[in-house]
Design a protein. Structure first.
Length: 131
């Protein structure tokens, strides 16, 4: 292997802190229509799901969820508890995606012409963006 290419990182996953990894993984699996969650502990070994869950979508894209005992919900748009980051998810039909997100537990935070901002059940903001 070329040492120059082995030193270049490859994207692995996004990891969200939350109070209930399995529940939040299930929310995003339903939202994105990805397969059911895989549970594991911090070293990836299978266990009862306490502490860690993973969903994997097309092309190996992964979102992982880890338990944070002192988790505090983001208060966006108020910056008292910052959001740190958010997911932008592309949709073809914004109205249909909006209704679906609300049905599975998202909370609408802001409505714009070409995108909407929601909170997931743990309070992380995410956007549905019209393509």
């Amino acid at each position: 292997m070329n040492p120059a290419t082995t030193a270049v990182p490859r994207f692995g996953s996004v990891v969200l802190d939350c109070p209930d990894p399995r529940a939040l993984a299930d929310f995003y699996a339903r939202l994105l229509d990805w397969p059911p969650t895989k549970a594991g502990n911090d070293d990836g070994a299978a266990d009862d799901g306490d502490g860690w869950a993973t969903i994997e979508g097309p092309g190996g894209a992964m979102i992982e969820f880890q338990r944070a005992g002192d988790y505090r919900r983001p208060t966006w748009p108020d910056s008292e508890v910052p959001q740190m980051f958010h997911l932008d998810l592309q949709v073809d039909d914004l109205e249909a995606a909006h209704e679906r997100a609300l049905e599975i537990g998202a909370k609408l935070l802001d409505r714009q012409r070409s995108f909407r901002v929601y909170a997931d059940p743990a309070g992380h903001p995410f956007c549905l963006c019209q393509t």
